[in-house]
Design a protein around this ligand. Structure first.
Ligand SMILES: [Zn+2]
Length: 268
């Protein structure tokens, strides 16, 4: 089942450069991933955990912000919930994998682009870590968020036509995380693809924007002063107070993610 992205998707069709956010549930055609490594196709989707609210990480509960804007200044009404609730993380630090820069065998131009991409991604991870702790890992199989230096795959639009040029895409998959002597936990993994052939300023703006999606902001702001504005702007903004306020609202919502599947019915 591929999520219908509703109004987010329709906005995206109107703009020249943008991103796509989408997700896949394991009920149809997708594998359940056991222990985060091996795909185990299943015909019987497992029962979902009951949705509940996780406690917020201290980085968000202690966030005061640097402006006079109140917490009510946010764009939470633009955020989509999903069949499994809001896409919040409950285990910190969040593990982030970045595609490494190629070795000296690569063409100098490709290497330079890759280095710019790498710098942009690292800065974006650092910026968001102020609000939700992230830690980089060199092992993709251990990552919660994977960042790939590649164009998004072509996807047909809702009208059956090829979509316009896109700079980036973020999507998620669900899997069950098995730990010894515990019932498996419903978990998600985000995959981000970002084209490297952008200027450093836009690379950073794109990485910042897509990471915002991957951290749970599953929708777009309507104000161009927010990092999650639905289009690229001439002077990309930093993470705004409204972005953080929205993130806080999202992390106060219930989700089925991060909770255990009932033991009696959990797949082995
Ligand atoms: Zn977006």
């Amino acid at each position: 089942m591929v999520f219908n992205n509703g109004k987010v998707s329709s906005k995206w069709h109107l703009i020249k450069i943008g991103c796509f956010i989408g997700g896949i549930l394991f009920s149809l055609g997708l594998s359940l991933v056991s222990t985060g490594m091996l795909a185990q196709p299943t015909s019987q989707p497992p029962p979902l955990p009951v949705a509940a609210i996780h406690s917020m990480p201290p980085t968000l509960t202690q966030w005061k912000g640097g402006s006079n804007l109140s917490n009510s200044d946010n764009y939470f009404d633009q955020i989509q919930s999903t069949d499994i609730g809001y896409l919040v993380w409950s285990q910190f630090p969040i593990q982030v994998y970045r595609q490494p820069v190629p070795g000296k065998e690569a063409l100098p131009f490709d290497r330079q682009q890759a280095e710019q991409w790498w710098n942009a991604v690292n800065q974006a991870v650092e910026e968001w870590s102020m609000y939700l702790p992230c830690r980089v890992t060199e092992k993709p199989e251990q990552a919660d968020i994977l960042l790939w230096r590649s164009p998004p795959p072509m996807r047909l639009g809702s009208n059956g036509q090829l979509p316009r040029f896109r700079t980036a895409e973020t999507h998620y998959e669900l899997y069950l995380r098995h730990l010894p002597n515990q019932s498996p936990t419903l978990t998600h993994r985000m995959t981000i693809r970002i084209r490297p052939n952008q200027s450093p300023v836009y690379l950073l703006a794109t990485a910042r924007h897509e990471l915002g999606h991957a951290l749970g902001i599953w929708g777009h702001s309507l104000l161009e002063t927010d990092a999650l504005f639905f289009s690229q702007v001439r002077h990309p903004p930093a993470i705004s107070q409204r972005d953080v306020n929205t993130l806080i609202r999202i992390y106060q919502q219930p989700t089925r993610l991060g909770w255990s599947v009932p033991l009696s019915s959990a797949p082995q």
